[in-house]
Design a protein around this ligand. Structure first.
Ligand code: MN
Length: 247
């Protein structure tokens, strides 16, 4: 099972969640939201499970944490994975837009300098400016668009730049999310949960809820869950090996 975007460090008991991930054979990417969380979060993830910790600075906290870019740059050599990063164009974050752009641009520039990373990208109501920034920093690495919710033509742009997509149960529970997932190349799709942020009903998702995304994708493509899961696992391996192969 693959969860390419979860926040293990934000559960009440991260160690317990990490251990359960290990027990069920889950792999993927454990993102973080602030550079100051990296040290402890990455240590827990590396010690207790087989997910890759990612160094992040979430756009929703960019304004408060812009001062941590220095820590970001110091820690960057410690990992091939970066996230959660990106831009958020929702009205409640409009006031922080300029700082968000500064932070995102700085991070993409840093990733370029370190030869490119695997990037888990937030682009809510900001698909166009996120795509523009990624085009400006081609060397920043391999983008995984997490919970992509842009237009069909923006999706085409993301596909054209060899982007990857991580889709979760919350996204696939909406008509629009399903429609976008159907248009994504099957060999570029990964599963995610975005837990504990993302919820189904009033329950926060846990990483092993990735199985429910597999079930939705299987239904959409008229394939068995086993075949769909095998494809997702192959995709994740391909992402890692292509990146390590040194693009
Ligand atoms: Mn997230």
């Amino acid at each position: 099972m693959i969860d390419a975007h979860c926040h293990i460090d934000l559960y009440p008991d991260p160690v317990e969640v990490a251990q359960k991930c290990e027990k069920v054979g889950l792999r993927g990417i454990a993102v973080t939201t602030t550079p100051s969380a990296w040290r402890i979060s990455s240590a827990i993830v590396r010690r207790h499970c087989n997910l890759a910790p990612a160094l992040g600075l979430h756009p929703q906290v960019a304004h408060d944490r812009v001062g941590e870019l220095k820590i970001f740059d110091q820690r960057l050599p410690e990992t091939d994975f970066v996230g959660e990063i990106g831009l958020d164009g929702a009205s409640e974050y409009r006031a922080t837009w300029k700082t968000q752009v500064l932070v995102f641009t700085h991070i993409l520039d840093s990733c370029s300098k370190f030869g490119g990373k695997i990037l888990s990208i937030h682009s809510r109501r900001a698909a166009a400016p996120v795509l523009d920034a990624l085009e400006d920093f081609r060397g920043a690495g391999t983008p995984i668009f997490h919970w992509f919710s842009g237009s069909v033509s923006q999706l085409d742009r993301a596909i054209a730049m060899d982007g990857w997509f991580s889709v979760g149960p919350a996204m696939l529970s909406s008509k629009n999310g399903q429609r976008l997932a159907e248009l994504m190349p099957p060999n570029r799709i990964l599963t995610e949960t975005d837990g504990p942020f993302a919820q189904i009903g009033s329950r926060s998702l846990v990483p092993w809820d990735a199985s429910s995304a597999v079930a939705s994708l299987a239904k959409m493509s008229n394939q068995s869950e086993d075949i769909t899961q095998a494809q997702i696992t192959r995709n994740f391996d391909e992402l890692i090996s292509t990146h390590r192969g040194g693009a």
